[in-house]
Design a protein around this ligand. Structure first.
Ligand code: GAF
Length: 397
């Protein structure tokens, strides 16, 4: 299996500049960008105020544009036909085309929080695969928030921008996500994963630049669509378990505060499903903190083992995997030199993330190539990533 190449950011920006000139017949002034992400461990913990350990991809969504001095915003996308037009107003509502909702949602959140949004012309160019579970939508939201920050001369706390993106996702894309994807897209640091505390939104870098180790992302190419999925149901099941735990100890305000001992104490008072969902979340928080500790010491075997345990917890207790993702993990774990492998992101399709010795990469790719399509009828795609940096913008000369 061939690896997908990483397009240099300058090339993507250049595509944006050309598209802007072609669409609006004038020169742009600002380039803003924000990355997609892959999560090493800490899945379905963010909306339970727990811990996550994601890193930014080198693949970015790029916005090229400028203020237009009019009362209407105009946005074009490289991936979709047509020019979207809307007035920047607090009363904007979601509508067609769907991709524009992420942008409208961000605009509304700036306005509602007292930040002026001047009308603009802009184009969107993205290298982040859509529907692959690597946060293409969060990267669009955060890139746009960064663009608005630039044209409006605003200076926002990074977590505030992430929260605007999350609110846009909730209200304009009907996806009740946690904060992980927007926060890593905003705050990522090159060569580091971030250990994020999703309660305080504080984070610590965990350096990942051992030249002998690599991170492989493999897209099962089973389409992942979280808004209509069981994601909201999983949140509800966590709440159900929380309510029972609170009857044991009112100081437990989210699953993050509970221990497995406490969960076992109230096991008989909740449904078997709620119990398993909570068991995943509580144990995943522990695994995430442990994994960060091991990665800091370059103890990849131990960190990898936790990643694989995370996969099985997501498969069996949280039930958000699928047979294709399970198959990719099984294949990876059969290759010597693989430290750990798991589904990453919301699940129900999308990608796996594998931590491995760089010397084992070609054996793993051969294995995927020989086995995956034969067993699933689907062609997988894969890329290697080093941890990229977070959102930023620059002025064009
Ligand atoms: C999706 C959500 F958007 C995140 O907030 C997170 O909950 C993730 O699924 C699961 O860890 O990516």
């Amino acid at each position: 299996m061939k690896l997908l190449p990483t397009t240099p950011l300058e090339e993507v920006e250049q595509r944006g500049v050309s598209l802007f000139k072609k669409t609006f017949d004038s020169d742009p002034q600002i380039v803003a960008h924000a990355p997609g992400r892959v999560n090493l461990i800490g899945e379905h913990t963010d909306y339970n105020e727990g811990f996550v350990l994601p890193l930014a991809l080198e693949m970015q969504t790029v916005i090229v544009g400028k203020k237009n001095g009019k009362d209407t915003c105009r946005v074009a996308s490289e991936a979709f036909e047509g020019l979207v037009e809307f007035k920047p107003s607090k009363d904007l509502k979601p509508g067609d085309p769907l991709w524009s909702n992420y942008i409208k949602g961000v605009v509304v959140n700036f306005l509602r929080n007292g930040y002026d949004v001047p009308a603009f012309d802009a184009v969107v160019v993205s290298e982040v695969p859509v529907g692959g579970g690597v946060s293409s939508s969060a990267s669009l939201e955060v890139a746009f928030a960064t663009f608005i920050e630039a044209i409006g001369h605003h200076h926002l706390e990074p977590s505030k921008k992430a929260l605007f993106g999350q609110a846009a996702e909730h209200e304009f894309a009907n996806m009740p996500c946690g904060i992980m994807d927007q926060l890593i897209s905003e705050c990522a640091m090159r060569d580091c994963a971030l250990l994020i505390d999703c309660r305080s939104l504080a984070f610590e870098p965990v350096e990942m630049k051992d030249p002998n180790t690599c991170i492989l992302v493999c897209n099962s190419n089973v389409k992942h669509q979280l808004s209509g999925s069981e994601y909201p149901l999983r949140k509800q099941q966590c709440k159900d378990a929380l309510t029972v735990l609170q009857s044991l100890d009112p100081k437990i305000t989210s699953l993050r505060d509970a221990s497995l001992e406490q969960l076992n104490e109230v096991k008989d008072r909740m449904s078997e499903v709620a119990y398993r969902r909570a068991r995943h979340v509580i144990s995943e928080n522990d695994r995430t903190l442990e994994a960060a500790k091991y990665l800091r010491k370059n103890e990849y075997e131990k960190a990898g083992k936790l990643m694989t345990e995370s996969h099985f917890s997501l498969k069996n207790d949280y039930e958000v995997s699928c047979k294709e993702l399970d198959f990719l993990v099984d294949l990876a774990m059969g290759v010597p030199g693989v430290y750990g492998s798991r589904m990453t992101g919301g699940g129900f399709g999308g990608c796996t993330v594998t931590l491995l010795k760089i010397s084992s990469l070609s054996s793993l790719l051969d294995k995927f190539e020989q086995e995956y399509e034969k067993h699933t009828g689907i062609t997988a795609t894969a890329f290697v990533t080093r941890p990229g940096s977070g959102a930023s913008y620059k002025k064009l000369e």
